[in-house]
Design a protein around this ligand. Structure first.
Ligand code: SF4
Length: 409
């Protein structure tokens, strides 16, 4: 790929991106490698202002780790467990309901289901648990638990189960306001021996793209994104963003793209791999904003930038993701979520306005075919006139009582 920079070219590319004309991967790479950080961030903010105005959203969610068993062994993951390891667990329906109910009482509107991929394919213990509950596959159990939570608590499920065949996506659409799966990367290189996705058969990029495409074919509002700093090159990052863009242009279903920065975790294969630095994160976010279609929302998780999280706003994000008042971020338990009050104050200090959204973004609520009829009434109860979360009890962003505090232990 020729990325040599000619005089005046950076300014022209920034102007092209700011005008909303799509950058191809080689153009985006020129910007990522050669533009001054201040110019990149400024262009990304200008594009955010035009596309999204002043609103930066978040979703008040309860995190439901349905099972920590997983057949994959991603090199950075502390969530997954083998049977018998401390923390190896399948949540029972009673446990799921109790946790969801505690979230509802704390003002949550979203039930985020996170879980390992297909543990029943390799662990007899997983098959045995599922058989006792009357299921043969984790995806069937997940769909039932989403239906249970929707019916009994009124929370809007958002499931993140990894790879999903089309039939499972169809069933999840009937109980989920939106569904998610990180693309992470399109680089098959990272599947090689010793790389981040070695021994992770569910991280084959072509399979993940197939799931995202199948969600689009079924008009499911979808969350995806990239993971940066796991051994990929900048060109591979941008190819990943371009692949997401292509699917969104085809189906119009990508409600948000997350750019998540790698943080090394003790006890993992990648424990001594260097973290993705803040500067790298800001530049990648800015290029993502410049590459993605204007209607796509851009999110970065605040807890993975620790005290620097307000700076993420400089790079054009317009969403902080799901914030849990009652449960840890089980995927990154070492990184405490900032208080919602701290998010509100950082957002206001940047001249922006924090708004709570639902698990489905406002623009998708009215989009024909994207909400299953079974969810319409519930979403209407929770939304305001603009499609954000209706303000109510427990929703005061400035409330620092235990109900709004994020547990860090
Ligand atoms: S990141 Fe997901 S797929 Fe990979 S090991 Fe962890 S739980 Fe399994």
């Amino acid at each position: 790929m020729d990325t040599a920079v000619k005089p005046g070219q950076i300014g022209a590319l920034l102007a092209q991106a700011e005008a909303g004309q799509p950058l191809d991967v080689s153009e985006a790479l020129r910007l990522a490698e050669s533009a001054a950080t201040s110019a990149l961030l400024s262009a990304a903010r200008a594009l955010r202002a035009r596309a999204k105005g002043r609103i930066v959203s978040y979703s008040r969610k309860v995190f439901i780790p349905l099972t920590t068993l997983c057949r994959d062994y991603c090199g950075y993951c502390t969530f997954r467990k083998d049977p018998g390891e401390p923390g190896a667990h399948f949540m029972s329906p009673d446990e799921v309901l109790a946790l969801a109910e505690s979230g509802r009482k704390a003002g949550c509107k979203e039930a985020l289901f996170s879980l390992g991929d297909q543990p029943e394919a390799v662990f007899p213990e997983a098959s045995e648990f599922l058989r006792r509950e009357g299921y043969s596959r984790t995806l069937d159990y997940l769909a039932s638990m989403c239906e249970l939570v929707l019916e009994r608590t009124g929370l809007l499920p958002h499931a993140n189960p990894g790879l999903m065949p089309a039939a499972d996506l169809a069933r999840l659409k009937a109980s989920n306001a939106s569904v998610g799966m990180m693309l992470e990367t399109v680089s098959p290189r990272l599947l090689r021996n010793g790389q981040a996705h070695w021994r992770a058969p569910d991280k084959v990029p072509a399979l993940r793209l197939r799931t995202i495409e199948a969600a689009g074919e079924q008009q499911i509002p979808f969350t995806t994104g990239i993971l940066i700093g796991i051994g990929e090159t900048m060109a591979e990052r941008l190819e990943s963003l371009a692949a997401i863009r292509t699917l969104h242009v085809r189906h119009g279903h990508i409600q948000e793209v997350i750019v998540q920065n790698f943080r090394a975790k003790a006890g993992t294969r990648m424990a001594i791999h260097p973290d993705a630095e803040l500067e790298d994160m800001l530049r990648t976010l800015a290029v993502a904003r410049l590459m993605l279609p204007e209607d796509v929302n851009l999110q970065a998780p605040p807890n993975l930038s620790y005290g620097d999280f307000p700076r993420l706003l400089e790079a054009g994000i317009n969403d902080w993701g799901g914030i849990s008042p009652v449960t840890l971020d089980f995927i990154n338990p070492e990184a405490a979520w900032p208080y919602i009050a701290a998010l509100e104050s950082a957002t206001r200090a940047a001249g922006l306005e924090l708004r709570e959204r639902l698990a489905i973004y406002p623009e998708f609520i009215e989009k024909r075919g994207f909400v299953h009829p079974r969810l319409t009434v519930r979403i209407d109860c929770l939304r305001d006139r603009q499609g954000y979360a209706r303000f109510g009890e427990h929703q005061n962003a400035g409330n620092t009582s235990n109900a709004s505090r994020v547990h860090s232990s």
